[in-house]
Design a protein around this ligand. Structure first.
Ligand SMILES: C=CC1=C(C)c2cc3[nH]c(cc4nc(cc5[nH]c(cc1n2)c(C)c5CCC(=O)O)C(CCC(=O)O)=C4C)c(C)c3C=C
Ligand SMILES: [Fe+2]
Ligand SMILES: [Fe+2]
Length: 343
């Protein structure tokens, strides 16, 4: 007879449309982009902008991109790999644990995952937002939503949250192992391309509300004052990867992709870096996307197709995306460590 679980683990990733149809992509974009932590402008303006302009114009274009990465059998790569991670982590943790998966936007929802966990009368629930580096727009939004929903519970198990894991050893080792399958020494340059963010979303990283990455030295070090700065965490992840790969500082560049809108986002932008490295005569690029634990639209399409085409148009020869952590057994061990560690 199998034991009743006493501990709950809630894995939460960003979310993906239910299908690559324009209607489902529009529904996804509306839910995602009307989140005040993602587009951090006053609610009325945000709603008008997203519902009236961004979603109607972006949905048909994004739907085409989703159609390009959608698998006939397994659907969205992000959901496919997230479900695999949930299943494999459950197998790894055994009967004492119950592992749920949720998406911040669309399905499976955080509300449904919590509704599954609530009647289990668990001793503890650990929430693991699947974003290695902390940002208010990603991890912050997940925690906000979980708190909003759990606030209504009458009794609480012991609740804990993993707020970041930018230096997780298993994560670093899997990216390195995946890169080694491509013989990194045969590339002219390495890019570490992270998801971008509007610069203004980093000012509240310090309680004064005046955090400035250049003054705080976020590209060089991570310490108490910039502990929760997304940019500082991206550079810290990069230093660990570069060290393990024995890359010289001239051999790689950190950059930020997926910019939306006209306000300044954190720089350098990946598309500008592609121009720079092409102008320097580099022909073969190896690209890591260490802000994602699963391959998704931003890795498979934006890097693997869009940036690869852009680079070739600039005179480059080849862009090789390093596969994400996906269902790598060592990453499942990394998840197990995040699920069980007390730190
Ligand atoms: C203001 C806009 C956006 C912010 C801020 C933002 C932050 C952010 N996003 C991720 C992770 C993912 N984003 C993905 C897709 C995606 N992101 C935005 C916009 C912002 N993201 C849009 C509009 C989209 C949809 C696709 C498109 O239309 O271009 C994905 C992929 C999802 C998938 O289905 O495959 C991920 C993952 C992080 C980690 C983050 C903050 C650091
Ligand atoms: Fe995004
Ligand atoms: Fe910073």
């Amino acid at each position: 007879m199998s034991k009743k679980p006493s501990k709950g683990i809630l894995l939460i990733n960003l979310g993906t449309p239910d299908s690559p149809s324009v209607a489902d992509v529009r529904k996804y974009l509306v839910e995602f982009l009307t989140d005040g932590r993602v587009i951090d402008i006053p609610a009325l303006r945000r709603n008008l902008l997203v519902r009236g302009i961004i979603a109607p114009f972006r949905a048909p274009k994004s739907a085409k991109l989703y159609q390009a990465i959608w698998d006939d059998k397994t659907g969205s790569p992000l959901l496919y790999y997230s479900e695999l991670q949930q299943r494999l982590l459950q197998e790894q943790l055994g009967d004492d644990y119950h592992v749920e998966l949720a998406m911040r936007y669309q399905t499976p929802s955080i509300a449904s995952a919590l509704a599954n966990l609530k009647p289990m009368n668990l001793e503890s629930i650990r929430v693991i937002p699947l974003f290695p580096q902390y940002a208010s727009a990603s991890t912050g939004s997940v925690i906000d939503k979980v708190m909003e929903l759990m606030r209504k519970w009458h009794t609480f198990p012991e609740v804990s949250v993993v707020n970041d894991f930018y230096d997780n050893e298993a994560m670093i080792d899997v990216f390195v192992e995946n890169a080694l399958t491509h013989q990194p020494e045969t590339y002219d340059h390495v890019l570490f391309s992270y998801h971008g963010l509007p610069v203004r979303q980093l000012t509240d990283v310090e309680a004064s509300g005046t955090h400035d990455c250049e003054k705080a030295g976020c590209r060089e070090r991570i310490a108490g004052h910039n502990r929760y700065c997304y940019l500082a965490q991206c550079y810290a992840t990069t230093r660990l990867l570069a060290q393990k790969l024995q890359l010289s500082t001239e051999g790689y560049t950190v950059c930020f992709q997926s910019r939306l809108g006209k306000t300044p986002w954190i720089q350098p932008y990946t598309s500008d870096v592609l121009k720079d490295v092409a102008a320097k005569g580099k022909k073969r690029l190896l690209v890591f996307c260490p802000a994602f634990v699963s391959d998704c639209l931003e890795t498979i399409y934006e890097v693997g197709t869009e940036y690869a085409t852009e680079f070739k148009d600039l005179g480059g020869e080849h862009v090789q995306l390093v596969q994400s952590l996906n269902a790598h057994p060592l990453w499942i061990k990394g998840l197990q460590q995040l699920a069980t560690a007390t730190r």
